[in-house]
Design a protein around this ligand. Structure first.
Ligand code: FAD
Length: 500
């Protein structure tokens, strides 16, 4: 039966609001299950913040920073620096092309699957009725049995920090900076703060990162983060932890002045405010659907991403951390499976985290601290493979990295895999496969790593579980080393051809 006020509304089985990674995956999953699906997007292009302002633009800039740092490390005798006053856009030359290709691909995927796309801003009229306002002012009503809210997030803007998007910027405006600054202060210690801190530091910007916590990325394994911070400081960056902000102001001439509660003052050309994100639900009229955001500005859901209204799900950034694209996709897929009564497949906690700092970080399963908490008092077993212990890593010049395997106290069950270093986000899937298979450490990591890539048998090490884990960790690095050598070869070739 149509909900009250539906009038001539178009009816669908599933309605998705927002075309970012979360919404897109939910829509595709539902349509593949034979449902009639509508997707509403307010922007002209599909893909969400991920494509237009988040992941893809920042990764394009990161690629330039990476190439520069590789060039520096493979040409240590050449003391060079970027031209002063370099335009940021020139470091992201291929961005428009990449975004356009991605938007076109996703548009094709939607139409090929028969997903009905509506352009406009959605708002709830009731828990089953949504109005879509188009740019030309016309409105359309849609009803659905199941609704997915996938409207993403926006930067949190504390009232006391005067963000002007010119000198004091947020993650939506940072890449609109015209010129590369000489110095940058970053407030925050989350994923976005760390990614930009390491990218700009590798581009030669003097970066100061300030956070309330004693270390950034509190949800990641502490040993990995320590390595990241060391690398950041080696490139000239500064991390100031356990600091509270007193005030921030633009001096009206050339500097952003940050005063800390400790009395310290930091001056920089620009500032990035990356103090978390809030759900983008303004204008959705959640109250009409019987919903509201919590005190942190996020939508609350159960383990299946269901809100307090059972046929309305919320997925992706709108429900809060980890606020990553891959997680958003998996939430979309799993929530759609739940809504349609389909088995979701793999366990949610086996979704790897990939963070594109320089160096990259990746993680799946329990960290050492979490594992220690789970086994209260009984020491868990940890193995470490350092990149500089793999000959191929040394040959290719990629020596700065660590792969860490966490096992249960008996050393037979794999609990987590954590990596910092180049290629971490590729290698993590080996750990994910092992965890998903639910097998012991040897079967999970040693077989793919040892049989395929290594000639070094673990047998002499079987006596001690920690030693065994060390060996397995090192072996697991070998596919990475192969991949990295390939990438390096390609980059050297590229620079050689540019130079020629
Ligand atoms: P979004 O991608 O934000 O999509 C939401 C969509 O909903 C938008 O298109 C919006 O226009 C639309 N919408 C909102 N309200 C309405 C409405 N009322 N009506 C119709 N449409 C509406 N993640 C990673 O995994 N790896 C990374 O390296 C990474 N880097 C990042 C770097 C930066 C600088 C930022 C900001 C984010 C980064 N992320 C990264 C995070 C990633 O971009 C997000 O986690 C992901 O985009 C969330 O997807 P989503 O589908 O929840 O929301």
């Amino acid at each position: 039966m149509s909900p009250p006020g539906a009038g001539d509304a178009a009816h669908f089985d599933v309605l998705v609001i927002g075309s970012g990674p979360a919404g897109q995956k939910a829509a595709v999953q539902a349509v593949k299950a034979g449902r009639r699906v509508a997707l509403v997007e307010q922007e002209p292009g599909v893909g969400g913040m991920c494509v237009h302002r988040g992941t893809i633009p920042s990764k394009t800039l990161r690629e330039s920073a990476l190439q520069l740092s590789r060039l520096r490390s493979s040409a240590a005798l050449l003391d060079f620096a970027l031209k002063p006053g370099l335009e940021v856009a020139s470091l992201m030359a291929r961005l428009d092309e990449v975004v356009a290709a991605h938007v076109a691909y996703m548009g094709r995927q939607m139409s090929r699957n028969g997903i009905q796309l509506y352009h406009g801003r959605a708002r709830f009229l009731s828990d089953r009725l949504v109005e879509v306002l188009s740019v030309d002012g016309s409105t359309r009503r849609l009803t659905a049995e199941t609704i997915f809210i996938a409207t993403g997030s926006r930067p949190r803007s504390p009232a006391e920090i005067p963000i002007d998007h010119e000198n004091i910027l947020d993650s939506d405006s940072i890449l609109s900076m015209l010129y590369l600054p000489e110095s940058l202060t970053i407030l925050g210690g989350g994923v976005i703060a760390c990614e930009y801190a390491s990218i700009f530091a590798h581009l030669g910007v003097r970066v100061t990162m300030i956070d309330r916590a004693d270390r950034p990325l509190k949800f990641m394994d502490a040993e990995l983060v320590e390595k990241l911070v060391r690398d950041f400081e080696r490139t000239g960056g500064r991390f100031l932890g356990e600091r509270n902000i007193g005030s921030v102001e633009w001096d009206g001439v050339s500097k952003v002045v940050t005063r800390l509660a400790t009395g310290e003052t930091i001056e920089s050309d620009k500032m990035l405010v990356a103090l978390g994100r809030a759900a983008a639900v303004d204008g959705l009229d959640l109250a009409a659907a019987g919903l509201r955001a919590n005190a942190r500005g996020l939508l609350e859901v159960d383990a299946h991403c269901r809100t307090a209204i059972p046929h309305i799900y919320a997925i992706g950034d709108v429900i809060g951390p980890p606020s990553l694209a891959a997680t958003a996709m998996e939430q979309g897929r799993r929530a759609a499976c739940h809504a349609l009564g389909l088995p979701p497949g793999s366990a949610a906690e086996m979704i790897p985290i990939g963070i594109y700092t320089i160096p990259e970080m990746a993680s799946v399963g329990l960290s050492e601290d979490d594992a220690a908490k789970r086994f209260r008092g009984t020491p868990v077993i940890v193995g470490r493979g350092r990149f500089d212990e793999v000959a191929r890593g040394q040959i290719s010049g990629v020596q700065d990295g660590l792969l860490k395997i966490v096992g249960d106290p008996t050393g037979t069950k794999l609990l987590g895999v954590h990596i910092v270093g180049e290629g971490a986000t590729e290698l993590i899937h080996l750990g994910q496969m092992a965890l998903l298979a639910g097998t012991g450490i040897v079967a999970g990591i040693a077989l793919p790593a040892a049989l395929i890539f290594s000639r070094r048998p673990p047998s002499p090490y079987v006596g001690r579980a920690a030693d065994l884990l060390d060996v397995l960790a090192i072996m697991a690095l070998i596919p990475l080393a192969c991949a990295v050598i390939g990438i390096f070869g390609a980059i050297r070739g590229l620079f050689a051809s540019i130079g020629g």
